[in-house]
Design a binder for this molecule. Structure first.
Ligand code: GLY
Length: 375
């Protein structure tokens, strides 16, 4: 009989990893505390925009994001084969506008850095930028154009992943809150749930912001992950405002969806597990988005969504094995969960099945936090 693997968490990371493991012959159960794919992965905007999101400091993370983006076409093709549902990757490009001197100096530095490391970026005047994206504000003075960035309908993607996982033979249990991971003699041996112990050979924590809250893992081995609240607004585009590219404004972004939604996000708040939308943040996001694309003003609001990004201490993901035999982590994806899905699923599934550590993931192991000392 194949080893049994339990995945804790049925968000985009848990579902995709589970699907890839099942595809490789593993016996996988996903235990989801609530409804699969209806938490942070649902609230996300689905940006596949490593260039638009990258700062200066996180170059290794950027390379991981870019590798994952390159894997997307294969990932979606396999998903379509297993689910018969199409989640299309829209390579719409991303535009980063500036509206004053401060903005333009800032984006010029970002542009120079991207150009230096050989990325396909273009520096545009305001009018050149409006030729690409006519709904940009006339106040846009300069912009950076990143033609290789894109976006995906993350909700459709979640539907495909759920279907593909189940079609491939995976078992998904919703409303199953894991209370404890059972560890004996340094080895993970199962989980405690609904008052009973379930045995497993391998356990993978993919519980996003909740990853640190599962009992049983000794404190020093817990993933240092906290929730970082993000509020976003779904607007319904009409003839007065039909944005067709991702717009990365200074303090807001706008991501158009093929079904006519325009996702406007997002706040970045340290509010613990508070998932309530607030007037102040929604006001602020809309104001910043309106400065970039004034014609959003009359669009109807479809929904306000709140997600809790799992932010690790250094804001990089935690992927790989741990000091506890049989216990793995795939969490802490912070602002890049949708983008990092293929690389996490392929590399970690291969590692778990073959036993050969992934070089790509080596830097993102939880052990990096164990080395932190005060000198
Ligand atoms: N990836 C965008 C965000 O986290 O808001």
């Amino acid at each position: 009989m194949a080893d049994k693997t339990i995945i804790i968490g049925g968000g985009i990371i848990g579902l995709s990893l589970g699907w890839q493991l099942v595809r490789r012959g593993a016996d996988v159960e996903i235990l989801e505390r609530s409804k699969a794919g209806k938490s942070s992965s649902w609230a996300a905007a689905g940006m596949l925009a490593p260039q638009a999101e990258m700062g200066f400091e996180d170059i290794e993370l950027f390379y991981l994001c870019r590798k994952s983006l390159e894997m997307y076409p294969r990932f979606l093709e396999e998903l379509y084969n297993d689910s018969c549902i199409k989640a299309e990757y829209d390579k719409c490009g991303a535009i980063m506008p500036a509206f004053d001197r401060d903005d333009s100096e800032r984006i010029r530095r970002l542009f120079d850095f991207r150009e230096k490391i050989g990325l396909p970026v273009q520096w545009l005047t305001g009018s050149e930028a409006r030729e690409i994206e006519p709904y940009l504000s006339p106040k846009c003075t300069f912009a950076v154009w990143m033609p290789e960035d894109g976006q995906i309908d993350n909700r459709k993607l979640l539907e495909t992943l759920r279907t593909a996982f189940i079609n491939a033979g995976g078992k998904l249990y919703e409303d199953h809150l894991v209370e404890r991971i059972n560890i004996k003699n340094g080895k993970a041996i199962g989980v405690h749930i609904h008052g009973i112990d379930i045995e497993a050979d391998k356990i993978i924590v993919c519980a996003g912001s909740w990853s640190k809250m599962i009992e049983g893992i000794p404190e020093e081995a817990q993933p240092p992950v906290r929730p970082v609240k993000g509020q976003a607004i779904s607007l319904i585009m009409d003839d007065t405002c039909k944005v067709t590219h991702a717009v990365r404004a200074p303090d807001a972004y706008l991501v158009p969806k093929k079904d006519g939604r325009l996702i406007v996000g997002a706040s970045v708040e340290e509010m613990g597990f508070d998932e309530k939308p607030t007037a102040g943040e929604i006001f602020r996001i809309l104001e910043r988005a309106w400065e970039a694309v004034p014609s959003i003003y009359d669009l109807k609001i479809q929904s306000i969504d709140v997600g809790l990004r799992p932010g690790s201490r250094d804001h990089e993901p935690i992927i790989g094995d741990s000091d506890i035999e049989g216990l793995y982590f795939a969490t802490g994806h912070y602002r890049n969960g949708i983008l990092l899905t293929p690389v996490t699923a392929y590399e970690l599934a291969e590692w778990i099945i073959s036993g050969n550590k992934s070089e790509t993931l080596a830097r993102f192991n939880i052990s990096r936090f164990h080395k932190e000392t005060v000198s």
